[in-house]
Structure formats: structure tokens, C-alpha cells
Ligand binder design. Structure first.
Ligand SMILES: NC(=O)c1ccc[n+]([C@@H]2O[C@H](COP(=O)([O-])OP(=O)(O)OC[C@H]3O[C@@H](n4cnc5c(N)ncnc54)[C@H](O)[C@@H]3O)[C@@H](O)[C@H]2O)c1
Length: 212
């Protein structure tokens, strides 16, 4: 927004709230257009795209907790796969497309550290499977329909604006490591449980992507 781009945010607020919009306005001194909409609601999306098209789309909207996806897999397939499929049907109106994929598409890797040439493996969870399906759809959408697209396979991303006004603020108990860790450090959660016996961080993400 600070570079003069016009932004429209679509979210169903299932894991976010209105305060983020006020914070964006405070930071940029501009109001972001916001549309409360669920991507699984095809009719609502059709109404939305009747009057709009974009130079680019960054697709973040998904359920994202691996453990929760083991308990309610169909909710994950519905939200993540159907939501993305509905969106991609608007083709050229989306412009260049960035998909938030996940390191889960590598499954249990043959070798560490993982790089982009590592083969995709069967996912360890329904959540991971929704990201593999998303990548498959995206590839066909881009190659066969001629759109510009990229999938970014995030590991444990974290970020906040230097003002502290926006950052990781999930609704309820965080389903990802880093917000859980920061909430524990801030005293909101009592402790952070580390699973397993092997605490090496051999995939190198923290050094390669963040500290470098
Ligand atoms: N945070 C991580 O560690 C991590 C790791 C790998 C990949 N990812 C992926 O990155 C993306 C963003 O992650 P995040 O941590 O910012 O998640 P987040 O939950 O903070 O943000 C996702 C947003 O999408 C919205 N949403 C969910 N389903 C929707 C739907 N059907 N329609 C409209 N809005 C919907 C939620 O309300 C939320 O605001 C997700 O696709 C996630 O799978 C995240």
C-alpha cells in the first residue's frame, strides 16, 4: 500500500479479526478495502468478481494446523482444496498468482537440508495433502491455461511490522510453532512442549533463510 498499490483483502475471519484492518490503516494512513467472504462460497465469489479483476493475487487463506487436520480431515479438504479451486476458476481476473504452500509437501525427506530439488513425498497429514493438491491444481492452471503462478513452500514463517501493530495473532491456541513460542515467551502460554529426542535443526531453515 505504501508503494501505491490498491489492495483488496478477502477473509472469512475464521482465524483473524477486524483489528488488523485498523492497524493497517494506522500504519499506512490508507484504508484497505476489505470483503468478508468465504472462499468455499462460490456464489459469493462470483458476485465479488463480477466487478473486479487484479494485477496479482496472494493466496494465504487456508486452515493450517497439522494436528487439527488429523482430527477433522474433511474440513481441511473442503476449506483448502475447494476454496482454492473456487478461486482459480476466476483465471485471468486473478493476475499473477502466489500460492502459500508448505514444507509439508516434502513429507519425510530422504536427505537434509531440503532444497527445492527435493522430491515431493506422500504427506504426513491431511493438511499437507491439501497443499500437495493445491500445487497440482496450480501447475495445471498455470501450464495448461497459461497463467503466471508460483508456489512458496514455507517452513516456519514468522513476521511482524516494526510498529508491533500487526503480526502473528491467531484466534485461540496457535496451531503453529512460532506464534506458540512467542506467546509462551510473553507468558500467555505456560510452556512449549518439544516432542522427540532429537533436537538438531539440520534442515538449516533458520540459518539459510532468515539469519543469512
Ligand atoms: N504459519 C505457518 O507456519 C505456515 C507454514 C506453511 C504454510 N503456511 C500457509 O500460509 C498461509 C498463511 O498462513 P498464516 O500462518 O498466515 O495463517 P492464518 O490462519 O494466520 O491466515 C489465514 C487466513 O485465512 C483466513 N481463511 C481461512 N480459510 C478461509 C476461507 N475459506 N475463506 C476466506 N478466508 C479464509 C483466516 O481467517 C486467516 O485470516 C496458509 O495457507 C498456510 O497454510 C503457513
Amino acid at each position: 500500500m505504501n508503494h501505491g498499490h490498491e489492495i483488496v483483502i478477502i477473509d472469512n475471519l475464521s482465524n483473524s479479526d477486524w483489528h488488523a484492518l485498523d492497524a493497517i490503516q494506522e500504519i499506512t494512513q490508507k484504508k484497505a478495502a476489505f470483503v468478508a467472504l468465504d472462499l468455499t462460497d462460490k456464489q459469493a465469489l462470483t458476485d465479488f468478481f463480477k466487478t473486479r479483476s487484479f494485477g496479482g493475487t496472494i493466496h494465504f487463506a487456508a486452515f493450517k494446523a497439522v494436528g487439527e487436520s488429523m482430527k477433522c480431515p474433511m474440513a481441511y479438504y473442503r476449506n483448502n482444496v475447494l476454496g482454492m479451486m473456487n478461486l482459480l476458476e476466476f483465471g485471468d481476473q486473478l493476475g499473477s498468482f502466489i500460492f502459500s504452500s508448505s514444507c509439508t509437501v516434502y513429507g519425510l525427506p530422504d536427505a537434509l537440508p531440503i532444497d527445492e530439488t527435493a522430491p515431493l513425498k506422500p504427506s504426513e497429514s491431511p493438511y499437507g495433502e491439501t497443499k500437495r493438491m493445491g500445487e497440482a491444481m496450480l501447475k495445471d492452471w498455470a501450464v495448461l491455461e497459461g497463467h503466471r503462478a508460483i508456489a512458496l513452500r514455507y517452513f516456519n514463517p514468522v513476521g511482524a511490522h516494526p510498529s508491533g501493530l500487526i503480526g502473528e495473532k491467531p484466534v485461540g491456541v496457535p496451531g503453529n510453532l512460532l506464534p506458540y513460542l512467542t506467546q509462551t515467551a510473553a507468558g500467555i502460554r505456560e510452556s512449549l512442549r518439544v516432542f522427540g529426542q532429537d533436537y538438531d535443526t539440520r534442515d538449516g531453515t533458520c540459518i539459510r533463510d532468515y539469519i543469512d
